[in-house]
Design a protein around this ligand. Structure first.
Ligand SMILES: *Cc1c(COP(=O)(O)O)cnc(C)c1O
Length: 416
């Protein structure tokens, strides 16, 4: 796709000379080249190699005529900070290139992104169907809050395409899934998902936060909207929040307009951090994938571990579809401690010396947590069981530390 080239027509007229040519004659560049150079102007203000942080809440017009030119879309430029800023636009182009999407819209968090998309696309009386293993706040937003605006949410068992099809009716506007899911790491067959959407003329949305464009690019399968919490692997350093929706220019036009009203955009400082974090995206993902695979294999062999959820393991129900569709399986591992109650499970977490105890995932620092305590404490025991959250469950986000160190640390923690 043409937009995965190094420079895809940067839109700031303030950048005087842009490299119009592509290095690749339309051929996709590698992920590391794309994440380093994608979306950036060749020559930047002050001849800097990096994009300077451009702090401006509003942007000036030379004359009344230049306002008129802008309004009639003859002039491509900034207007007012709530509609976007130069730093955010560079990262939007970079993320679109990474996901081989025509367009990408950034928000101030992953949740702001899904709220922005669904508010733009759904009307009172519309229905959406979700696979039930999903980020608990997206479930809460749909079932509690979209419901207040008359949108009906159906949840069906993850991966049960017959149940999803049965839940679709003529009011259905969108089907939604994560892939892989959190925390069970179920991988969705994207071909089947897209085919179901097409057959019923409903739009498709994938939360690909855990996959990242390094491991799978849902747009290539024909998914309409790809959602990422850029807080996780994209930022990658546990130092920022951001979210992005990727898709076609046409489908995202009304979403961008609504974002200008909702206002959940990013500061130039935040975008500087995200752009900087993305430079090492492919390198980091390589290590996350390696740590995830090797630590999952270690845990699966350990006598104190009852079960490991990791799509790179043959024992995972999604292994074959994951192997066919994903380059690697990421850094997130969920596992159950054999015969442990919630306190004995917590003791394993507390005995770890390298992973830090915190929510979130995808950063350079390994993080470890007990879903029961961290995210599902206010759920009833029945609901926890329904969502497959067990007292002896641990979720670990493998960072980029040395594999051997992480394994040795888990080994000692499991002996405590
Ligand atoms: C973190 C996360 C979100 C929410 O993103 P925020 O940036 O925290 O708002 C959504 N989906 C998944 C899978 C996540 O891990």
């Amino acid at each position: 796709m043409e937009n995965a080239t190094i420079v895809d027509k940067p839109s700031q007229s303030s950048y005087p000379s842009q490299l119009k040519a592509t290095l690749s004659d339309g051929k996709l560049l590698g992920m590391s080249t794309t994440s380093v150079h994608g979306g950036e102007a060749r020559q930047k203000p002050n001849d800097a190699i990096t994009d300077s942080i451009c702090c401006s809440s509003t942007f000036t017009f030379e004359s009344t005529q230049s306002i008129l030119d802008y309004i009639h879309e003859k002039q491509d430029r900034e207007e007012y900070g709530r509609y976007g800023n130069p730093n955010e636009k560079v990262v939007e182009r970079k993320l679109a290139a990474m996901d081989v999407a025509e367009d990408a819209i950034l928000y101030s968090s992953g949740m702001a992104a899904i709220v922005g998309l669904l508010m733009a696309k759904l009307n009172s009386g519309d229905e959406i169907v979700f696979f039930d293993q999903c980020y608990h706040r997206s479930r809460e937003f749909c079932s509690k809050h979209m419901a207040r605006f008359g949108v009906i949410t159906h949840q069906v068992k993850t991966g049960d395409f017959a149940a999803m099809e049965a839940a679709i009716n003529d009011r259905t506007k969108m089907i939604v899934s994560e892939s892989p899911t959190n925390p069970h790491l179920t991988v969705i067959d994207l071909e089947q998902f897209v085919a179901l959407g097409k057959a019923h003329q409903v739009e498709t949305l994938i939360d690909a936060t855990l996959a990242t464009p390094y491991n799978v690019r849902p747009i290539e399968y024909g998914v309409d909207y790809v959602w990422h919490s850029a807080t996780k692997y994209m930022g990658g350093h546990n130092d920022l929040l951001a979210g992005v929706i990727c898709g076609s220019k046409e489908k995202l036009e009304d979403v961008r307009k609504l974002r200008g009203i909702l206002g959940g955009i990013n500061s130039p400082h935040n975008m500087y951090l995200l752009e900087r974090g993305l430079k090492t995206f492919a390198l980091r993902m390589e290590r996350h994938n390696q740590n995830g695979q090797r630590i999952a294999e270690f845990l699966e062999r350990h006598p104190r571990i009852e079960r490991v959820y990791y799509p790179g393991l043959k024992s995972h129900p999604s292994h074959s579809i994951a192997k066919q569709t994903m380059k690697g399986f990421g850094g997130l591992i969920t596992f159950l401690v054999r015969d442990a109650d919630w306190k004995q499970t917590a003791a394993v977490i507390d005995a770890c010396k390298i992973p830090r105890i915190a929510p979130s995932l995808g950063g350079v620092e390994s993080l470890i947590e007990q879903p029961l305590v961290m995210s599902y404490f206010d759920y009833s025991p029945e609901d926890r069981l329904r969502f497959g959250i067990y007292d002896n469950m641990i979720r670990m986000s493998c960072g980029i530390e040395d594999t051997e160190d992480l394994i040795a640390d888990l080994q000692q923690a499991l002996e405590v």
